[in-house]
Ligand binder design. Sequence first.
Ligand SMILES: Cc1cc2nc3c(=O)[nH]c(=O)nc-3n(C[C@H](O)[C@H](O)[C@H](O)COP(=O)(O)OP(=O)(O)OC[C@H]3O[C@@H](n4cnc5c(N)ncnc54)[C@H](O)[C@@H]3O)c2cc1C
Length: 396
Amino acid sequence: MFLAANISGQNVLLLEKMTVPGKKILLSGGGMCNLTNCDSTDDFLSSFGHKSQANFLKPALLNLTTAATRQWFGNHGLTLVIREDGKVFPASLKAQSVVDCLRRGALENKVIIKTSAEVTALVKEEGSFSIITTTNAYKSNKVVIATGGKSFESTGSDGFGYILAKSFGHRIIEPTQALTAVTLEDYALADLAGNSLRQSSVDFFRNGDMKKYKSDRGDLLFTHKGISGPVILNNSRYIQKHDLLKASLISTGNKENARIELHQAFLSDPKKKVNSIVKALGVFSGLAGLLLNSLNLSQDEKCGNLNKKKRNQLISLLLDYPFKVSRKGYFSSAMVTAGGVDLGEVDRKTMESKLSKGLYFAGEVLDIDGNTGGYNIQAAFSTAYLIASTLKKSDK
Ligand SMILES: Cc1cc2nc3c(=O)[nH]c(=O)nc-3n(C[C@H](O)[C@H](O)[C@H](O)COP(=O)(O)OP(=O)(O)OC[C@H]3O[C@@H](n4cnc5c(N)ncnc54)[C@H](O)[C@@H]3O)c2cc1C
């Protein structure tokens, strides 16, 4: 849609299998659409899954930065608001305004939008593509595959773009769920669902606690079956079944320094209640209560009654609360798909396939997945805009 809103539309056809285009945008940002952010290009690029993704996206991002995107929407009649955290939304706080703006742009450019038009095959013969839909067939010298990933299939993205890409010899990096919550084994904190921890430091382990593969920090949300929140969502692209996550229940920069400080805190005044020290560290009441229960400590237990073993156990829970992953959220609930069309086979300066001239890719169908915060929609805009720029040049 963003490409359609940026291209002279004579002989341009947008084929959309759903009854309306932009269904996923309507769900985005809790229905408000966090369409971009205020990051510099470098910061923006560091919010993607792998370095190769940042490298691939750089020309597209330089060609359409987050600032240029904000300006683009302003020029096209959509007032935006920037939240304190730098996330950008339409001022209406309605994702529908973004879809309407893109649709208006496409129609003003005279692009024809055909809905309920599901592409079922794409064939190249003598340099020209035949695009087959359930009801029609079209011919074109240039085709852009912008079919999204395979998550939230209810919005239309069912992974068919990968099949189309494969039919042209493209390698598909195994798709996996990203920006999703995780379900836990033996989860004891379900009663806390809806509560969150500020700036938890999380270490991610594989094979028990033998191999730490990642550390990150951010807000963590308790759900009915497990954990979510930005620090989990942003790392879910790496998480696998049976991984062990150790999360601090208090906000701390350095766990080793915190360990020493916690020992001092529990030893400083034997008459003080353990519970009140735990709460003073920022642990909310319900969680503090469950922690003490799990160690068979009463809610009125005094620090003086805390033997060394219990103190160590409590500190260990405060700094390294263990969560065992039973599974990630299914594709039907993952906000983004990690994996997709191998970036090595697409020209990052044009988004054209290196295997088939005239074939382009934009958006999530590519092996790109950004953190939560407007990165994915901006990446879709920038890759699409680069194609628009490329086609404009080739027209000249
Ligand atoms: C609940 C949710 C919330 C999100 N919130 C945000 C957010 O706030 N900010 C952010 O940056 N990102 C967010 N995302 C991610 C973001 O929406 C996607 O990364 C982005 O929409 C990808 O754009 P796309 O154009 O590549 O794919 P899509 O938006 O998935 O669009 C692909 C389109 O292709 C159509 N299509 C697929 N196959 C065919 C076919 N065979 N024939 C014809 N048409 C076909 C589909 O129907 C669909 O309309 C969210 C995602 C979800 C699910």
